[in-house]
Design a protein around this ligand. Sequence first.
Ligand SMILES: [Cu+2]
Length: 65
Amino acid sequence: MIKLTIDGMSCGHCTAAVEKALLAVDGVKSAEISLDPGQALIEGDVEAASLIAAVADEGYDVRQV
Ligand SMILES: [Cu+2]
């Protein structure tokens, strides 16, 4: 499991956008997003850097925990 801290999500549309972006990354099996605190738990065979890039592309501040 990879855990990311995500800053800048303010509503359900944000979490949905982040979830969609993460699920679109090759190898991701599941992504669980929470708004408060802003974080994502990702399961799958994938590099954290790919996940971080996908979330950053959506315009959020993201880092691996
Ligand atoms: Cu939002």
